[in-house]
Write a protein that binds this ligand. Structure first.
Ligand SMILES: [Zn+2]
Length: 75
């Protein structure tokens, strides 16, 4: 089992809850890691997005769809 369910997330595109961690690939995901953004994939509509993961103990987490702004066509 390599897929990890993250049932508390919702897809920003379709609102579905079948979200999985996406494998990091390429320099973009590498860079995003420095901004604490992890890639996720919606299994319902295949939308890929990043989610900001706040450091533990810093209160509420923020949802930011940073992946769809200036996205090179890597997929
Ligand atoms: Zn979706």
């Amino acid at each position: 089992m390599s897929t990890e369910s993250v049932g508390h997330l919702r897809c920003p595109s379709c609102g579905g809850r079948d979200i999985r961690h996406s494998l990091q690939n390429g320099i973009r995901d590498y860079i995003m890691r420095f901004f604490r953004r992890q890639p996720y994939r919606c299994r319902r509509c295949r939308h890929r997005f990043y989610r900001y993961t706040a450091p533990k103990g810093r209160g509420a987490e923020q949802l930011q769809d940073a992946g769809s702004e200036h996205e090179p066509k890597a997929d």
